[in-house]
Design a protein around this ligand. Structure first.
Ligand SMILES: [Zn+2]
Length: 151
């Protein structure tokens, strides 16, 4: 599958030092459309859509954002915390708007799986199906993420 000019431009913005120090692609050498396709297949196999996943991430983010109490036990089994940092980030796809710098961590006490993400991750999953490249600091493996937030 051929990469589009739009995707190519996004890939340039995902390089280290463009929008963020470390970029979004990690050590992944696949073209952006392949990264997205491969993750979409994993999600489809698990019967979740990128909207389902993003909505669930947004749910945990909202609860922990509004409490400001540090660790929050959500639904009796998810330990959730959001730390907020100074500054905002744009989406590498070049959309209008900025995303707060914040890190949400969720630990599922049933299976012990922990994941972290940023508000930009939620947007990139919902609108672009992009979970970041392998080796990137905020890469989310779709199967691990699904286990962490739905099990
Ligand atoms: Zn975007």
């Amino acid at each position: 599958m051929k990469i589009t000019a739009f995707e190519l431009k996004a890939m340039q913005r995902m390089q280290p030092g463009a929008l963020t120090l470390n970029g979004f692609l990690g050590s992944d050498t696949r073209p952006l459309n392949e990264i997205i396709d491969d993750d979409a297949k994993v999600l489809a196999r698990l019967h979740y859509s990128q909207e389902d996943v993003a909505a669930r991430m947004e749910y945990f983010f909202r609860i922990s954002w509004e409490t400001f109490l540090g660790d929050e036990l959500v639904d009796g089994k998810y330990e959730v915390q959001t730390d907020v940092f100074r500054g905002k980030l744009p989406c590498p796809y070049g959309h209008v708007g900025l995303y707060r710098k914040a890190i949400t961590s969720v630990t599922n006490s049933t299976n012990g799986i922990s994941v972290i993400w940023t508000p930009l991750n939620i947007h990139m999953i919902r609108d672009h199906g992009f979970f970041e490249g392998k080796g990137s600091a905020f890469r989310l493996e779709p199967d691990i993420l699904v286990r962490a937030i739905f099990e």
